[in-house]
Design a protein around this ligand. Structure first.
Ligand code: DOR
Length: 463
């Protein structure tokens, strides 16, 4: 058992044994049909019942009066850096950060060292996670101009990641013929980093020499995002291939996806909802990300698209770098920020501010990613589903501080921000892994099961 840094130690999470029954009593439970004050039975690793008979004998009873019970968050875009870049992050630190943040499942990107571009490298990552990760995991396979056979054979993955513009790491597929092959000759769902390489390289030649990090939003500008998203959408439509636009950063991209909902889904990250170019003077390279943050108007348009259902998913793009690396002069400073342990709280705070409903947060962060990636038995609180659960105190106030972060890089762009609404207890497959500042690291999460025949977000209702 280890204690969360600088958090007052709370009670220990309970060690589980096979077949153990836990009753979470009197929570306001966010069910697919809406919020309901009821009790949820965890039976082993599954949700055994909702509103079970009162006389039921259980091993453990949790009084959740005044608290909300949510499905665990599924974060479909993280960079956990293992193998190869573990001075920035690793699976143990990152999965603790997940547990603390109410994230019970993550899907990790292939730009590690080596890049995850073969079935063997994918299997290696899965093996690493099976001994290191406190929460459930999946890993994307990365596309290169040459690895089509690997992309065709890959299983045990949410899908294929294409860097249509380069970012951290070596992955890039900019060549049109290679992109046509990837979209035309593979069957796994595809997601992409959409920033046009030649546009931002041209901008870099003009703005990259100023040493000002604020110029990052001129280098990776709106046009770079829109051109690449348009290109990817055209590929997806022409090849009738399921496609998910990662981290939308501009209002202009929304128009490109809104009419193609049968095939195309989109997501947004907290930093593109909450940060914009006006924040560079205060935050500098802490908010240097790819795609770059844009304007306050883009923040508003992205929020509106979420609320109107044109963007379906919120994911973090958790991409840690050390503060030392971040302090290098621009453009040597790397792009990316850590977010996995604060994303749910950031959204719960918005619920408290009246900007959105709790059920919408659950849709964006739990149900929608499960549907996009054909995840089996996760994303909702339903009988028979995996007992991946997070108990939330909507009244708890706490300040985000660098020194409290579980992520190995130990900083947050939201340092100094006080939020109302925090996860307080997290169960992964029935195992309580986090409880008010303390972790149980005696269990690991499991590899997520996908059934890509389910057909994705638009075909699938959770049932
Ligand atoms: O800002 C980013 N950082 N965007 C990405 O697409 C990659 C990520 C990283 O891995 O550092």
């Amino acid at each position: 058992m280890t204690t969360c840094r600088a958090v007052m130690p709370g009670p220990r999470p309970h060690q589980r044994y096979d077949g153990m029954k836990t009753l979470i009593r009197n929570a306001t439970v966010v069910l697919p049909e809406g919020c309901c004050r009821t009790s949820v039975l965890i039976d082993g690793a599954r949700i055994g019942d909702i509103d079970p008979a009162v006389q039921l004998a259980v091993d453990e009873s949790v009084d959740a009066s005044g608290l909300y019970l949510l499905p665990g968050v599924i974060d479909d875009q993280v960079h956990f850096r293992q193998p190869g870049l573990t001075h920035k992050e690793d699976l143990r630190h990152a999965s603790r950060a997940c547990a603390k943040g109410g994230v019970t499942t993550f899907f990790e990107m292939p730009n590690t060292r080596p890049s995850t571009i073969s079935c063997q490298l994918l299997a290696d990552k899965l093996a690493l996670a099976s001994s290191l990760s406190l929460v459930n995991y999946g890993f994307y396979i990365g596309a290169t101009p040459e690895n089509l056979p690997e992309l065709q054979q890959a299983e045990r993955t949410p899908g294929i990641k294409v860097f249509i513009g380069s970012s951290t790491g070596e992955l890039l597929v900019d060549d049109q013929e290679a992109l046509e092959r990837i979209f035309g000759q593979t069957t796994l769902p595809i997601c992409a980093h959409c920033e046009d390489e030649s546009t931002f390289q041209r901008n870099l030649a003009r703005w990259g020499g100023t040493g000002r990090v604020a110029d990052h939003s001129r280098v990776r500008d709106e046009a770079a995002a829109v051109i690449a998203t348009q290109r990817a959408v055209e590929l997806a439509l022409r090849h009738r291939h399921r496609f998910h636009v990662l981290h939308m950063s501009t209002g202009a991209e929304i128009e490109l996806v809104r009419h193609h909902h049968q095939l195309i889904t989109a997501e947004v990250c907290p930093h593109h909802l909450f940060f914009n170019v006006d924040h560079y003077p205060r935050l500098g390279s802490r908010i240097q990300v790819n795609p770059s943050v844009k304007t306050a108007q883009d923040n508003r348009q992205l929020w509106q698209a979420l609320l109107q259902g044109q963007i379906q998913v919120i994911a973090t793009d958790h991409a840690p770098h050390t503060l030392e690396e971040k302090q290098r002069p621009y453009p040597q400073s790397p792009s990316g920020l850590p977010a996995v342990e604060n994303a749910l709280a950031l959204l719960l705070n918005q619920v408290n501010l009246g900007r959105c409903a709790l059920e919408q947060v659950v849709h964006w962060m739990c149900e929608a990613p499960a549907r996009v990636w054909d995840v089996l038995n996760k994303g909702a609180i339903m009988r028979g589903y995996d007992a991946d659960l997070v108990l939330v105190d909507l009244h708890k106030q706490a300040e985000i501080r660098d020194e409290h972060q579980e992520t190995k890089c130990r900083w947050s762009p939201w340092h100094g921000t006080t939020l109302t609404g925090w996860p307080v207890r997290t169960w992964v497959l029935g195992q309580e892994v986090f409880r008010e500042g303390r972790f149980d690291e005696s269990h690991t999460g499991r590899e997520v099961q996908f059934d890509h025949a389910l057909g994705g977000y638009w075909q699938r209702r959770l049932s």
